[in-house]
Design a protein around this ligand. Structure first.
Ligand code: PEP
Ligand code: MG
Length: 362
């Protein structure tokens, strides 16, 4: 969509005088980051790095080699091939967001999303050609990757804890890009975010990996960039344990998509099967994935903010789930004293309006 301009632009600057919530955007590419900025986003609240792993040509081949790797050496070689692509993407986003924070989330795929769609025989032949493994081996490895419940399976930080080389590659790509773009005279503000944390120990494992990798990169480059480490709060346990989690996190970002999924126990991907009946019979008033359930999910958010700030008063708190662009949800986030909402680039103007309206109404 075209950027807002002219009279609307002027009107929006008046709107901005009233709001307290900052409005950031979720963006995965330099193009999205630019659209977000043109629409008034004050930073990027979520870069979903798994989306950057898709693509074509060499990039997707390296991804497949990484996923199908039978050993660490093969995985590390594939990751070495992926590093320049990730670095280039991050450089583009940092340039577009000069002077604004860019929150980059470490890999969080349900692994099945990386497998190509289509006829199984064709997929096996393709993976065999890409990875050099024989077809028998490929079938075995696909079977090992299959999960009964992928959204509760091998995703989020579980991946980089099990395979630390993946996390190290991503942190290296982020910080090498940050050093390079800072050297061009731009102001780079990287926030590195750990996904799907449920326990303090998980976060500790990841913060140690991030700090170690950062130290190595800065020594090699002879330059440093200030960065922050934070976490997604999207598992109810993490919300409840926020006093502990905040000892290791400089910021929290609520993933209201997963937090809704796990609080209700509704699969994000299957809700359409029963939602129409629930809405029709008044069992639910709204689709909770679109409009925040303030009574239940909202209570977890409120508790988490209070407990997190009790440990770390300066904790930065925001949300990056779909609810960041919904006006009634934005009103709730304003009342609960969050620092920012992050939504898709084209919803940024709506979120700015909703944030101003919330400030005037409350
Ligand atoms: C979320 O869970 O709300 C979130 C922002 O992450 P994702 O949608 O990528 O799981
Ligand atoms: Mg999530």
């Amino acid at each position: 969509p075209p950027a807002i301009s002219g009279d609307l632009d002027k009107f929006m600057t008046w709107v901005d005088e009233f709001r307290r919530l900052k409005v950031l955007a979720n963006a995965d590419t330099p193009e999205d980051a630019k659209t977000a900025r043109d629409n008034g986003a004050e930073g990027i609240g979520l870069v979903r790095t798994e989306h950057m792993f898709f693509g074509t040509g060499e990039r997707i081949m390296a991804v497949r080699r990484m996923i199908m790797a039978a050993d660490t050496a093969t995985r590390e070689a594939a990751l070495t091939d992926l590093l320049p692509y990730q670095r280039e993407d991050f450089e583009g986003i940092f340039r577009a967001m000069d002077g604004c924070p860019v929150t980059i989330r470490l890999l969080d795929p349900p692994l099945h999303e990386f497998l190509p769609d289509g006829d199984l025989d064709e997929i096996v032949a393709m993976l065999s050609a890409d990875t050099g493994a024989d077809e028998h081996e490929v079938v075995e490895r696909i079977e090992k990757l299959a999960e009964i419940n992928p959204m509760l399976g091998f995703r989020g930080c579980r991946l980089a804890i099990t395979y630390p080389e993946i996390g190290r590659m991503q942190v290296r790509a982020i910080l090498e890009a940050a050093v390079a773009v800072q050297a061009e005279g731009k102001v780079v503000i990287p926030d590195i975010m750990v996904p799907l944390v449920g326990t303090l120990e998980e976060l500790r494992d990841q913060t140690a990996m991030i700090r170690e990798t950062a130290k190595a990169v800065f020594e090699e480059k002879g330059a440093e960039v200030a960065y922050r480490i934070g976490t997604m709060i999207e598992i109810p346990r993490a919300a409840l344990m926020s006093d502990q989690i905040a000892t290791e996190a400089e910021f929290f970002s609520f993933g209201t998509n997963d937090l809704t999924q796990m609080t209700f126990g509704y699969s994000r991907d299957d809700v359409s099967k029963f939602l129409p009946t629930y809405l029709e019979r008044g069992i639910l008033k709204h689709d909770p994935f679109q409009v925040l359930d303030q009574a239940g999910v909202g209570q977890l958010i409120e508790t988490s903010v209070q407990r997190g700030r009790a440990t770390r008063p300066e904790l930065k708190v925001g949300i990056c789930g779909e609810h960041g662009g919904d006006p009634s949800s934005v009103d709730f986030f304003h009342r609960k004293d969050l620092d920012y909402v992050s939504c898709s680039p084209f919803r940024v103007p709506i979120a700015r309006l909703a944030a101003a309206q919330a400030a005037l109404n409350n």
